[in-house]
Design a protein around this ligand. Structure first.
Ligand SMILES: NC(=O)c1ccc[n+]([C@@H]2O[C@H](COP(=O)([O-])OP(=O)(O)OC[C@H]3O[C@@H](n4cnc5c(N)ncnc54)[C@H](O)[C@@H]3O)[C@@H](O)[C@H]2O)c1
Ligand SMILES: [Zn+2]
Length: 389
């Protein structure tokens, strides 16, 4: 199957949504607490919706210096309502998800006399939607915000589902809130300026969506020509729909939403470990790929996944993504970092594991010894592997 192109059957015939007098080429998907508007005319829908929000006292656009440079002109071209908006720029990257940056933004809003009826537009990747969502959840006890994601990670994952937050004392997403955006507007044309490494970073979450929920999507993502923006846009549309559907069924992650943590339990430990040596720091999606390799192995080792499916997943992930080289002492340190993760309480680790390609189960108890074994296995795999892609 590898190398062949699987037709995107689910992408055929996007229904047009009638909005006011115009018929716009978008699809509206319900993510429970908010809609996700996807397609070439998504930004026109944003303009209509905020244009008619006569109660908004002012608009603020939050972006990082890259997204403001590359994406703001396109946003303003499609959304004239925002031409008078004030922009707030933060430095690009994870360090902006900090209390210090929050204070700067809160100060900016106060200095601008922003009241509770102002709206915040988050224009950027997952850092901007997490940070801006948290600002919106807290400023004057909550203001309205709209997510306009510009990275693949933002479009298929971070902008959907109302999880907002910042990092504290080196621990990711330590402080945060559930606060739904008014909507997320997905306009894949923003991706023209996104670098390949960042693009593949977001594709990792699309791979995950296929693995936990939709075998056809897994096949499509692993075989499609992702460098073709039209093809990628259709796959993003379906991935966003998978995420929205899962969030809608379980908005506060009591049960089924946990399938989205596949690859993340060990992945977060590997990500935190990689930050300890800046020269080899991984992007979130790259760490999740390493986590998915380990957790696919655990799925097989604990008897829930057959060997053939395991081999197919692992082979693809190792070929497509950079691997993480570890010293013999590293697995121990990664497990120590995993204990800091707020999802792992009192030394017990709960995993979402695959039962098949396209299916997962949640809340599987795994011991530290089993995690150690999975990391040792990953280490030996990486030693013997040379990447094709
Ligand atoms: N809340 C959630 O449900 C959720 C889900 C997944 C990830 N996240 C969070 O998202 C963050 C990662 O998101 P990310 O990978 O988008 O990181 P990011 O926001 O830092 O964006 C990655 C880089 O790409 C640049 N960029 C973004 N769009 C661009 C464009 N169109 N053109 C040129 N450059 C562009 C940014 O400036 C940045 O340098 C992490 O903090 C993670 O915790 C949150
Ligand atoms: Zn993730």
């Amino acid at each position: 199957m590898a190398g062949s192109f699987v037709p995107l059957v689910y992408a055929a015939g996007r229904p047009k949504v009638g909005m006011g007098t115009a018929s716009l080429d978008v699809r509206k998907v319900d993510a429970g607490g908010h809609p996700v508007v996807i397609g070439p005319d998504a930004l026109r829908v944003l303009d209509q919706e905020i244009g008619s929000a006569s109660t908004a006292s002012a608009f603020f656009i939050l972006g990082d210096t890259n997204t403001l440079r590359h994406c703001l002109p396109e946003l303003l071209a499609h959304v004239p309502t925002l031409r008078e908006a004030s922009t707030i720029a933060v430095p690009p990257g994870e360090p902006s998800k900090s209390l210090a940056v929050c204070q700067d933004i809160w100060r900016h809003l106060m200095d601008s006399e922003a009241d509770r009826k102002c709206h915040l537009i988050n224009l950027g990747g997952g850092v901007i939607s997490d940070l801006g969502g948290f600002i919106a959840a807290t400023y004057k006890r909550g203001i309205t915000f709209h997510n306009v994601p510009t990275s693949v990670m933002g479009m298929v994952d971070a902008s959907i589902g109302g999880k907002t937050g910042i990092d504290l004392f080196g621990v990711k997403n330590m402080v945060g809130a559930f606060h739904d955006p008014a909507a997320a507007y997905i306009h894949p044309m923003f991706l023209k300026s996104l670098g390949k490494r960042e693009l593949m970073n977001g594709v990792a979450e699309m791979v995950k969506h296929g693995l936990v929920q939709d075998a056809k999507h897994w096949d499509a993502v692993r075989t499609a020509p992702l460098q073709d923006l039209g093809t990628l846009a259709l796959l993003i549309e379906h991935s966003a729909e998978i995420k929205a559907g899962i969030v809608k069924r379980d908005p506060r992650e009591h049960d089924q939403r946990k399938v989205l943590n596949f690859g993340h339990t060990i992945g977060h430990g590997i990500e935190a470990h990689s930050w300890e040596s800046p020269h080899r720091s991984l992007l979130h999606g790259e760490a999740v790929v390493a986590g998915m390799v380990c957790e696919t192995w655990l799925s097989w080792r604990t008897g829930s996944l057959d060997r053939g499916a395991h081999d197919q997943v692992v082979e693809h992930l190792l070929d497509l993504y950079p691997t993480y080289r570890m010293e013999s002492s590293d697995p121990h340190r990664i497990i120590a970092l995993m204990r800091n993760d707020k999802k792992n309480s009192e030394g017990s680790f709960r995993f979402s594991l695959l039962t098949d390609i396209g299916e997962a189960k949640v809340d599987v108890a795994i011991s530290a010894a089993q995690i150690q074994e999975a990391l040792e296995h990953y280490r030996s795999l990486v030693k013997g592997h040379s990447r094709k892609a």
